[in-house]
Design a protein around this ligand. Structure first.
Ligand code: E4P
Length: 217
């Protein structure tokens, strides 16, 4: 499973790259707004750092506007993926952009039907939001299982990006289901490293190391 960071913060991306576990980045208007920085400045910095897919979101409501914005975003780098909301207008834009060789990521997907439509429209990626479903007492991971089953049934090439991830168990469950990608906040990525027995084990080894005579380091 590929790991994407869901962020607009460049320093977080740099750290994840140093760990060697980062495959791509997703952003959205909220994440960009949180940085307090100009959109193009942030987007260009991210694109310079990351070789893998970087999703940048359109904000128009009509297909024409989405297509115009999508083409403009695609000019920023060859790894740009244009994020398009799951609407009928959005699917028009997906078809046009994909036909021009511009990959799209259909976002704000909350049902298997929406994912099926996105795949049929030819989207390269689909982003079901698990956390926001959990927030309204609906099982987010059930949606991932259903989308995976549907895509497998018909051998769609559309990749599933598990989005709106809130905690490490979302990542693990996504991996168990076999989702292609999990996009997560930096805080969740950091938590994936943690285990109390690892910390305890390091402490014990270091304490015992002090007892070793003539230590070379
Ligand atoms: C997906 O690409 C979105 O940017 C993101 O995962 C939304 O997550 P949220 O529900 O935490 O805002």
């Amino acid at each position: 499973m590929q790991f994407f960071l869901d962020t607009g913060i460049v320093d977080e991306i740099k750290q994840a790259l140093e760990w060697g576990i980062l495959d791509g980045v997703t952003t959205n208007p909220t994440l960009i707004a949180k940085t307090g920085r100009p959109f193009l400045e942030v987007a260009k910095e991210i694109l310079k750092l990351v070789d893998g897919p970087v999703s940048l979101e359109t904000v128009s409501r009509d297909a024409e506007g989405m297509i115009r914005e999508g083409r403009m975003l695609a000019e920023l780098g060859q790894n740009v993926v244009v994020k398009i909301p799951m609407t009928p207008e959005g699917m028009k834009a997906v078809q046009v952009l994909e036909s021009e060789g511009i990959p799209t990521n259909v976002t704000l997907v909350f049902s298997p039907a929406q994912a099926l439509i996105a795949a049929k429209a030819g989207a390269s990626y689909v982003s079901p939001f698990v956390g926001r479903l959990d927030d309204i007492s609906s099982e987010g991971m059930k949606l991932i299982r259903e989308i995976k089953q549907i895509f497998d049934n018909y051998e769609f090439d559309t990749q599933i990006i598990v989005a709106s991830v809130r905690h490490p168990m979302h990542v693990i469950e996504a991996a168990l289901i076999g989702a292609d990608i999990c996009t997560m906040p930096f805080e969740v990525m950091k938590k994936l490293f943690q285990h109390p027995l690892t910390d305890k084990g390091i402490e014990l080894f270091l304490r015992d190391w002090e007892k070793v005579p003539e230590r070379p380091f």
